[in-house]
Design a protein around this ligand. Structure first.
Ligand code: DAH
Length: 369
């Protein structure tokens, strides 16, 4: 019996003076664990006489329950102590300045807005078309003949045919595609078609948006951005096209920019041209406007009569010009961004560096900048 009283006192003292949850757990193991002192004593009951058991059984049970209760009480106290300590050290300083980490506008978004502001100043409105297009709008109506290599040159992403569609496996094996298959639009030119079919001339629109080609290297990403332009009326000629684009580049680069138009071929325009801007390299910097080198920045031309006809317009009554430019390239040139692929890597450090404040509007064309 004295043994039990002494053991009780020993553990009561240890529990009372334990100063951490881990120390308390050590004590629990040494008393009540499988090989703990009290557990071993209880195991000894089996070898006692009946009379001894009658006395020692309840006494040991009482000891075990008492110690378990003491441990539980101490545990709660230690947990409360830890919580209070944490609360005391984690005070919130309400007087600190707010830092909500405002996001930035991606340079592509910024440049699209700049382009929109410039063209809306000269009477163009903005329209949009779907990213998933059909063969008619992306190719056929734009005068790409069936099976013409120009369709391959676009490195088109074809949508996987419906699983239930018969002949699917044949298409996959041969790599042949059907005109029913939808595509990710390879350019913004299909928006021209949608606009001419749905609106009556006079038409003056630009169509900014995402475009896709199965191409990836230092200067190409599978997703990129273009802005399409279209003007249709009764007496539009190449002079209007040139004037419109010369005005655009000077406003965009905020500088007098020397340009040249080079003959080119696109199925949907005739005549077709590419526009180059003069530039020079100073160290690693590219300066647009003057210099002895030329850089191509867009394609353009007079809308092909076949395209007008595909949109139910009579080429004898209406004609016009169209152009298409790569927005990502323009953003890189204007804001000195060296690598195209970084543009879409979603790195917040890059965005913090090259991004624009959403509170500053693109207002260069209005002369307010
Ligand atoms: N769609 C052409 C491309 O992605 C760009 C283009 C060229 C658009 C001439 C036009 C145009 O509207 O007239 O390469």
């Amino acid at each position: 019996m004295t043994d039990i009283t002494a053991i009780h006192a020993k553990y009561a003292r240890l529990i009372d003076t334990s100063d951490s949850l881990s120390r308390l757990d050590d004590i629990r193991v040494s008393a009540l664990g499988r090989k703990g002192e009290i557990s071993m004593m209880m195991r000894g009951l089996g070898e006692m006489t009946l009379d001894e058991k009658k006395v020692m059984g309840p006494a040991l049970n009482g000891l075990k329950n008492d110690i378990a209760a003491l441990i539980e009480t101490r545990k709660t106290a230690l947990e409360n102590e830890a919580l209070n300590k944490a609360l005391a050290s984690e005070t919130l300083d309400m007087s600190l300045p707010v830092n909500i980490g405002m996001g930035t506008l991606h340079p592509v978004q910024q440049v699209m807005e700049e382009i929109t502001v410039i063209f809306s100043d000269t009477g163009f409105s903005v329209v949009e078309g779907p990213d998933i297009e059909d063969d008619f709008h992306n190719f056929t109506a734009l005068n790409f003949p069936p099976d013409h290599p120009a369709r391959d040159m676009h490195d088109t992403f074809f949508m996987v045919p419906d699983e239930t569609e018969s002949g699917k496996d044949v298409k996959r094996q041969t790599g042949k595609h059907t005109s029913e298959q939808k595509v990710l639009r390879t350019h913004t030119s299909p928006v021209q078609i949608r606009t001419m079919i749905n609106r009556k001339p006079p038409i003056r629109i630009i169509a900014p948006g995402r475009t896709y080609r199965c191409d990836s290297d230092q200067t190409h990403t599978p997703m990129f951005h273009q802005v399409e332009g279209l003007a249709i009326d009764g007496d539009i000629h190449m002079g209007h096209l040139k004037g419109c684009l010369i005005n655009f580049v000077s406003a965009f680069f905020e500088n007098d920019v020397d340009v040249r138009f080079r003959p080119h071929h696109f199925p949907f325009t005739e005549p077709s041209a590419e526009m180059d801007v003069r530039y020079e390299r100073v160290g690693s910097e590219i300066r647009i406007g003057q210099g002895d080198k030329w850089m191509e920045i867009l394609g353009c031309g007079m809308v092909h009569p076949d395209v007008l006809r595909a949109c139910n317009l009579n080429p004898d009554e209406h004609q016009g010009f169209a152009f298409g430019m790569g927005v990502d390239r323009l953003a890189m040139l204007k804001y000195g961004i060296p690598d195209l692929r970084d543009m879409f890597a979603a790195d917040t450090r890059w965005l913090a560096h090259y991004g624009f404040s959403p509170l500053l509007q693109a207002n260069l064309a209005t002369g307010l900048s």
